[in-house]
Write a protein that binds this ligand. Structure first.
Ligand code: F6R
Length: 615
């Protein structure tokens, strides 16, 4: 959730670290800081709030800087200790010679802190990170070897860390180390980088080495050495980063979220390309590395995920059960972890995650792995921790998603679930061939239909304007679109801060109906021809009878719909089973335009981070 950038090389160090931190900004943060090696000294600058404040801080103290040759920067999302200057990273040891930035949480920091205080260390902040600075400095005073000091120190840490360290007395080197938190080394010529995530470095290099747990990177401007925790050198593969710098540009859109919503048709085309050659041929999903005989016998799947990915998982459950007849459980990762599950070696466990770094899902996947399950990961980050844990990996190929609110990665996850469910159905022979053909045909048509929605958003914009003053919303649906209602409500909540809740339409009368009056608009998702259409219509009438304002999201041309509902958002028709992949788009747009109308920080909503690396 925090971001780290370290740089050593010939470029302007401040600029490189700033660009890097700016490209990590979307992950969310509350303070920022930078430590620079300049004139043989370590100079530290910190600020609260946005990166612009740190820039100002640096400009104000420009005269203090001569020619920095290396530096480490950080954006912080507070976990231990409130957002404040003193708690912002980098942190230093008592004498100020050693400085560190850190992502993750050190669970045993209180015990270590007490021990270090007894040894004479002076703590200034409330953070767990400061413990690392004192711990490494303490080891360094014993060993006079920074690499060894870091190795010794990290062995005493419990929890998760990605750290980057500089020491005044050890010139020309920055050192990174990681456990349960991502870190990579960017490989350049006469320059090298350390970062917590790819966007921090893609403007400068496309080559990177991904550190694994318990590895340490000793980085100078013209050398990179990776060792294990015992100091043994490891030969790591230099990988080519899958991203282009243009992914970090808004390309004329006001916000990344809007750009990413508009990218969805092409993303769907790209995903389907190479997976469905024609509607008569089976889906090609070589990513599933389970032999056919095992797949044929497969009768239990568990899907674990959080937030928006959980909603995609709920739709995935519906599809796999419907198409392939395999029983599927879906659970939030944070609940799965604390439960005695029935996961075993015969269970296929699917982890779904945009970032591939969500701590709850990683822990859940580890637990499932220990039980011998085959782990299939559906993620937008084939370079992530989760991807590395996979036995089978389905990269959703949505391209980098900058807006904190997930949109295109969600649609891409959904399309991956359609392909997976069809693949399983074809292997098991569980579905009528003509039905499969129709679904494939409709899948191929999806991008055009979404383009139709995107080409005329006037009703959605008007609706957003007229409803932006409401403080509460209810979204109702049934069956496969229940998760669409949850997701639509989540989008509205997270970027506009309006209280929105998704309900199974049939559940409304069992309690929530008590809340309905003219202050509580109800948005109904109605797919004509679907088995739940008439029932949702009745549930909407019940809401109308309680004076609720009604919004319909539907492809129905029935004039009675226009009479019943205050606003009708019309979308092109698709069958009910395909409808989640199209209904999500107008709901994303509605949330976007409401938030935009209210003047909210759409791409970086308060309190949220793009990748949640703490449990
Ligand atoms: C909402 C959103 C979050 C994430 C959740 C899980 O727009 O993005 O709810 O879906 O934090 O993150 P990932 O998918 O990265 O595991």
């Amino acid at each position: 959730m925090c971001g780290i950038v370290g740089y050593i090389g010939y470029r302007n160090v401040v600029d490189v670290i700033f660009r890097g931190l700016t490209n990590l900004e979307y992950r969310g943060y509350d303070s920022a800081g930078i430590a620079l090696r300049d004139e043989g000294k370590i100079k530290i600058f910190k600020s609260l709030g946005k990166l612009g404040n740190l820039k100002e801080e640096l400009i104000n103290h420009k005269s203090n800087l001569v020619n920095p040759i290396a530096g480490i920067g950080h954006i912080r999302w507070a976990t231990h200790g409130s957002p404040s200057l003193v708690n912002a990273h980098p942190h230093t040891c008592t004498c100020g010679k050693l400085t560190v930035v850190h992502n993750g949480i050190i669970e045993n920091y209180k015990v270590l802190r007490e021990e270090l205080i007894k040894k004479g260390c002076e703590f200034r902040s409330q953070t767990d990170t400061e413990t690392i600075a004192h711990l490494v400095a303490n080891e360094y005073s014993n060993t006079k070897d920074l690499e060894l000091a870091i190795r010794n120190a990290v062995q005493k840490l419990q929890g998760a860390y990605a750290i980057c360290v500089m020491h005044k007395d050890v010139p020309d080197v920055i050192i990174g180390a990681r456990k349960h938190a991502p870190m990579l080394v960017g490989v350049g010529e006469n320059e090298n980088f350390i970062a917590s995530d790819t966007p921090a470095i893609i403007e400068y290099t496309k080559k990177a080495i991904y550190l694994d747990d318990n590895e340490i990177a000793i980085v100078t401007k013209d050398s990179i050495k990776i060792t294990d925790i015992n100091g043994n050198t490891i030969n790591k593969k230099v990988e080519i980063l899958p991203w282009e710098p243009v992914a970090l540009s808004k390309l004329g859109y006001k916000h990344f979220m809007l750009k990413e919503i508009h990218e969805q048709p092409d993303i769907i085309r790209n995903i389907l390309n190479g997976k469905i050659y024609d509607i008569d041929s089976p889906v090609v999903l070589n990513e599933v590395k389970i032999d056919i005989e095992t797949l044929k016998k497969l009768n239990k799947i568990q899907i674990i995920a959080c937030g928006t990915s959980l909603h995609a998982a709920m739709i995935g459950k519906y599809l796999i059960e419907d198409f392939a007849g395999i029983a599927v459980d879906v659970e939030p990762s944070s609940e799965y972890i604390y439960r005695k599950t029935t996961t075993d070696a015969s269970t296929l466990v699917i982890g779904v995650s945009q970032s591939g770094e969500t701590a709850d899902t990683i822990t859940a996947i580890k637990q499932a792995k220990e039980k011998g399950s085959h782990i299939l990961i559906i993620t937008n980050r084939p370079d992530s921790n989760m991807a590395r844990m996979a036995n089978s990996l389905i990269p959703v190929n949505a391209g980098i998603e900058v807006s904190v609110a997930a949109t295109k990665s969600y649609t891409a996850q959904l399309i991956s679930f359609y392909l997976l469910a069809l693949h399983l159905a074809e292997i098991k022979g569980a579905m009528d061939k003509n039905v499969i053909k129709n679904i494939k045909h409709e899948l191929i048509q999806l991008p055009i239909k979404i383009e139709e929605i995107l080409s005329n958003t006037s009703t959605i914009q008007e609706c957003a304007k007229n409803f932006s003053s409401f403080k509460n919303f209810i979204y109702i649906a049934r069956g496969i679109n229940l998760a669409t209602a949850f997701e639509g409500a989540l989008k509205l909540k997270e970027i506009s801060y309006i209280n929105a809740t998704g309900y199974a339409a049939g559940e409304l009368k069992h309690g929530p109906i008590a809340m309905l009056d003219e202050t509580m608009p109800v948005l109904s998702i109605l797919v004509p021809g679907g088995i739940t259409y008439e029932k949702i219509l009745s549930n909407s009438e019940e809401a109308k009878a309680r004076n609720a304002k009604l919004i319909a999201l539907t492809s129905s041309s029935d004039p009675n719909i226009d009479k019943l509902f205050d606003v009708v958002i019309r979308i092109p028709h698709v069958s009910e089973i395909l409808s989640p992949a199209i209904c999500c788009v107008p709901l994303q747009l509605l949330a976007y335009y409401i938030a935009e109308f209210l003047g909210k920080d759409v791409d970086q909503p308060r309190n949220l981070a793009k990748s949640v690396t703490v449990e």
